[in-house]
Design a protein around this ligand. Structure first.
Ligand SMILES: [Zn+2]
Length: 206
């Protein structure tokens, strides 16, 4: 079995694509270029702030314009660790993923599921035109792992929404379940009011 055979197919397709793009903290230029091309190819509106953070916006499905804008946040950088006997350059080499029973893991290196699975879920949502939803802002922040400088230096007014769901977590199982909850909520177009979070809680709030 291949990683791209897993379901939900769109999430895993983008997770796989992200593993092919080197993205150490403070060296995020390749993944940021990938995100810009993603937005341009799909004619989605996007902007980038001084810190390097990118927001990609997707308009509401007709009939859902009056819903509040939901922000989904993930960080694009990953922890780069490898085994002593593994030859790998995190600046240039793609991650080699393997399916190991019920788990996806990387061959001799960190996988980057933190926060690649969050990034992949956002890209899947942006790419899936069969979903019905209100206005969405997908926020991709830089440099979470070595100083949180992206989230801390987010330009004022860069995002407009008032409901923010952070798809990051220290706990990868929890992170994946958060992503799945978001997926289901957006499918239903019913983000409940109790999920209101102040924007200051965007770092590690879940
Ligand atoms: Zn993280």
């Amino acid at each position: 079995m291949n990683i791209t055979d897993l379901k939900p197919a769109l999430v895993w397709r983008y997770f796989h694509e992200i593993t092919q793009v080197p993205r150490p903290s403070k060296k995020e230029e390749k993944i940021l270029a990938y995100l810009k091309k993603f937005a341009e190819d799909r004619k989605l509106d996007y902007s980038q702030d001084e810190a390097g953070n990118i927001v990609i916006r997707k308009a509401a499905t007709p009939g859902y314009e009056n819903l509040k804008t939901v922000i989904l946040q993930s960080h694009v950088d990953m922890v780069c660790e490898k085994n002593n006997d593994t030859v790998h350059n995190f600046d240039t080499d793609p991650i080699r993923t393997v399916i190991d029973g019920e788990w996806v893991r990387a061959e001799g290196t960190t996988l980057g599921a933190d926060n690649g699975i969050g990034v992949a879920a956002e890209l899947a949502l942006l790419d899936d035109n069969s979903l019905e939803h209100g206005p969405i802002e997908c926020l991709f922040t830089v440099d979470e792992e070595t100083g949180l400088t992206g989230a801390m230096n987010l330009a004022p007014g860069f995002i407009k929404g008032t409901i923010l769901l952070n798809l990051d977590s220290e706990d990868e199982a929890k992170c994946l379940s958060v992503v799945l909850v978001v997926w289901v909520l957006l499918q239903l177009s019913t983000i409940p009011q109790r999920l209101h979070l102040p924007t200051t809680s965007m770092a590690k709030s879940m």
